[in-house]
Structures are given as C-alpha cells and as structure tokens.
Design a protein around this ligand. Structure first.
Ligand SMILES: [Ca+2]
Ligand SMILES: [Ca+2]
Length: 132
C-alpha cells in the first residue's frame, strides 16, 4: 500500500509519499493533517513475476523477478549458471541469455518449465516481460 501524507488539511502543504511505516515518523510526527491512501498501488503485487528455481520441478532456492532486466547478481542465492526450472505466469515471458549483459545464446519461454533441457545451469542474465 502507498500512502501520501500532507502537512495541511485537504491535501495541501508539503506532501510525502510513503510506502513503509518506518519512514512515517521522521520529520512528520504530529504534522500530518490529511492523508491519502492509494489502494491502487496494491493491485500490482510485489511478488508478481517469473519465479526462477535452483533445481528442477520448481524446487530449491527460488527468486521472483518482476518485469525488468537482470544479470545473475540479481538471482540471489541461486546465482550464475544454476537455474533449472521456471514458473512463468500467464501473460508473462522470460528471455534468457547464456552470458551476462544479455549476450550469448538466447531463448524465450512463455510458459512454466520444470526442466530446461540443454539450458539447465547455463542462464546468466534474463529479461522478464509482463502482461501488457
Ligand atoms: Ca540448477
Ligand atoms: Ca552462463
């Protein structure tokens, strides 16, 4: 959820967008007079995207990648050359590359793969494309 707080009533004065409760108090304690809650922010779920798995059949370490471009350093504990299966939600696709920086052999998947055949443990960068 995203919240916009305002210094004065009726959404006037200084404003600040907040997406976590931690940032709420600093400089704004007792100064917030109106507030706007943006529920819409919540409709794009943070967890939505392609899930990469370390092992076949959606097992082992997993990392969810929302639409964007990622080198293997963004694969978390999975790391370089270790992806063995992919969960691809409807409407999503993943473009995988065997080298970092989106180079080398390239392959596109538009559905989940429990086994990557000759692509197992080779992926070094990916681009995730969401539904449009
Ligand atoms: Ca693996
Ligand atoms: Ca590679």
């Amino acid at each position: 959820m995203k919240v916009i707080v305002y210094e004065h009533s009726w959404r006037r004065g200084r404003e600040k967008a907040m997406t976590s409760s931690a940032s709420l108090l600093y400089n704004w304690d007792d100064r917030i007079s109106s507030i706007e809650i943006i529920e819409k922010y919540n409709t794009v779920k943070k967890e939505e995207g392609v899930t990469i798995f370390e092992d076949r059949s959606f097992k082992g370490a997993r990392v969810v990648l929302s639409p964007g471009k990622y080198n293997f350093d963004a694969f978390g504990e999975i790391g370089n050359n270790r992806i063995s299966s992919l969960s691809v939600p409807k409407g999503y696709k993943i473009i995988a590359y065997q080298e970092r920086n989106f180079k080398g052999y390239k392959k596109i998947w538009t559905a989940s793969q429990k086994y990557l055949y000759n692509w197992e443990d080779k992926i070094s960068s990916v681009e995730v494309v969401g539904p449009r």
